[in-house]
Write a protein that binds this ligand. Structure first.
Ligand code: FMN
Length: 341
């Protein structure tokens, strides 16, 4: 029907701002809770908070979002007693950021051997996995770091893993800037956090003008207008503006802008080598995209990070020894796959 087609096209370009969304379900068993607070502390957004009086976590929304959850399930992964369960799905029902129909479905844990794994314990599945698969399923983004410095040799070692990543035409367009100087880390964090907080203020809250402004902005910056980072910026504020989560080392990943074909893709591939190698060595890492997003508007910070032509910042990685044990597998949404045989 012609009306259906018109509606489908309209839907694609409207409702970018705080779209109607199904969020995961938060289940909590107070009997099992040991009050370590790690769930709330490691939540990347302002979703999971700690109620000091009741001595238990609670999940909450944020200015127009029913639940400020990005469904990463790190709260569940870090809980030592399995007191928390996040299940269900994150699904945008319509509008600019509508979840594609082939991505709709329950979050599930790793199923490397297919549907039969749904009923199996990950401990049993893991026995049949390769070393690389284990590292892939157990790596989590770490946001709780110990102050303990990371030996230079370990940083060199994880960068060496990045050097052997595939790249277009073997062009190796990456450069890594390793920052351990606390003043530099704090300065970059502080200034980026301030800017992002202004963006959050412009985005958060439901009203007609914001709806129009955000939807229009999404025509020009479709990758920047998704609702999910907004509550993550609020969390950064709640932890005192530390975008890089107080990590002792921040590695900024740069791409040579003249590289062959797609330098940011090559850089991403190399970075994931680094991140997996770090996990295998007992180090925690967290990708920090917020710095690359903010630094476009704060060009003077590039000098502090030695970023100059032909290099551009692609992303940053916090690195350090994790506080708490956060290396459990989590449930994830489905990935669309089509076979053409
Ligand atoms: C390119 C990129 C940028 C990211 N930026 C941030 C960030 O700025 N801050 C943050 O806390 N996490 C950031 N993350 C981490 C994601 O939130 C995380 O990978 C996701 O929630 C899945 O959780 P997991 O890594 O523990 O499996 C980023 C991840 C990627 C790949």
């Amino acid at each position: 029907m012609i009306e259906d087609k018109v509606f489908a096209i309209l839907e694609r370009y409207t409702n970018a701002h705080l779209p109607p969304t199904i969020f995961p379900n938060f289940e909590f068993d107070p009997e099992k809770c040991v009050h370590c607070k790690l769930c709330a502390e490691s939540c990347p957004t302002s979703c999971l908070q700690w109620d000091e009086e009741k001595r238990m976590p609670y999940a909450t929304g944020f200015k127009g979002m029913d639940l400020a959850c990005i469904a990463c399930n790190n709260c569940e992964a870090v809980c030592p007693t399995k007191a928390i369960r996040m299940r269900g799905e994150y699904r945008v029902l319509y509008g600019r950021y509508k979840t594609p129909d082939d991505k709709v479905g329950e979050m599930r844990g790793p199923m490397p051997f297919g549907e039969k794994d749904i009923e199996r314990d990950f401990g049993d599945i893991e026995k049949e996995l390769t070393e690389v698969e284990r590292v892939i399923y157990r790596r989590r983004s770490i946001r709780l770091f110990r102050k303990k410095p990371v030996p230079k040799e370990l940083i060199d070692r994880i960068i060496e893993a990045a050097r052997f990543a595939p790249s277009s035409g073997n062009g190796q367009p990456c450069k890594f800037v390793v920052v351990t100087n606390r003043d530099v880390i704090d300065k970059v964090d502080r200034q980026c956090a301030k800017l992002l907080d202004m963006i959050k203020w412009m985005y958060a809250g439901k009203d007609k003008w914001r709806d129009i402004a955000i939807t229009l902005s999404s025509y020009f910056m479709v990758n920047e207008m998704d609702q999910r980072p907004i509550a993550a910026i609020e969390k950064v504020k709640q932890v005192g503006g530390s975008i890089t989560w107080g990590a002792p080392v921040v590695i900024h990943v740069l791409a040579d802008s003249r590289g062959i074909a797609n330098p940011p893709l090559d850089t991403g591939i190399a970075t994931q080598n680094l991140v997996l190698a770090a996990h295998s060595l007992g180090l925690g890492t967290c990708y920090i995209g917020f710095i690359a997003s903010a630094i476009k508007f704060l060009p003077w910070l590039k000098k502090d990070l030695h970023i100059e032509y032909p290099y551009e910042l692609v992303t940053s990685i916090s690195v350090g020894y994790p506080r708490g044990k956060l290396d459990n597998p989590v449930a994830r949404g489905p990935v669309p796959v089509e076979w053409i045989e």
